[in-house]
Write a protein that binds this ligand. Structure first.
Ligand code: GLN
Length: 225
């Protein structure tokens, strides 16, 4: 039986189709989940995709966090369901308090769109086990509110507990504290990052296929648990 990975569509989601495609290319079965539907249709993991949910009104992710589907996702994530938040999805995870801290306007106040080098700092999460610790990958980055902030104590805790999963290399594109590009929760089942692995899964379109490892990682984990 193939592993079913849900991808949520909110009004304003942009990268849900690419996330479903990445899951299919990695060997999983993508399942479309709708923001108004509390039922997760027995998926084994969930991706919250990038985009502009609810038009980015108030703050990115601030309204999506209260959608019916998030009620169930928050509950199940706390019980161990693997959840990956990409860009707007990362913003939703922080707004939901499944991950600490917040994403703020890029320090230069411009939308940024570039291929971004990252270092994998933690290869023990549900979504990164197919990478090696210290490995450098390049995937696209595109956001307006990507500056990761948290108080010093939280940042120290994240570092001490190995919960900084990705760091920006060469360029910090948005003023994120301590070059943080992605983090995880204590259990490692919930991961959020600003860059977009789902846009780097095919040699034909590039820029690399470095993003595929997120999806193969979670599929392997689900087969062995
Ligand atoms: N690519 C995205 O998901 C963008 C997220 C959000 N709308 C921002 O601009 O920061």
């Amino acid at each position: 039986m193939t592993t079913r990975i849900g991808v949520v569509t909110f009004p304003g989601s942009l990268d849900d189709a690419d996330a479903r495609r990445a899951i299919r290319l990695a060997g999983g079965e993508p399942v479309a989940l709708w923001h108004r539907d509390k039922d997760l249709h027995q998926v084994d993991a969930v991706v919250l995709p990038g985009g502009f949910s609810y038009g980015d009104y108030l703050r990115c992710g601030a309204i999506a966090r209260f959608s019916p589907v998030m009620e169930t996702i928050i509950e199940q994530a706390r019980a161990g369901l693997p959840v990956l938040g990409i860009c707007n999805g990362f913003q939703v995870l922080c707004e939901s308090h499944l991950l600490p801290g917040a994403l703020t306007r890029n320090d230069h106040l411009h939308f940024v769109c570039r291929d971004q080098k990252l270092r994998v700092e933690n290869a023990n999460t549900a979504w990164t086990s197919d990478y090696a610790e210290g490995e450098e990958i390049t995937v696209p980055l595109k956001n307006g509110e990507g500056g990761y902030v948290a108080d010093e104590r939280t940042l120290d805790e994240l570092e001490a507990e190995g919960r900084v999963v990705f760091r920006y290399v060469d360029v910090n594109p948005n003023g994120s504290r301590r070059d943080i590009a992605g983090i995880c929760n204590e259990a490692g089942n919930v991961v959020g990052l600003m860059p977009h692995p789902e846009h780097a899964v095919e040699a034909l379109t590039g820029p690399t296929t470095d993003g595929l490892g997120f999806f193969t990682s979670v599929l392997k984990k689900l087969v062995t648990t």
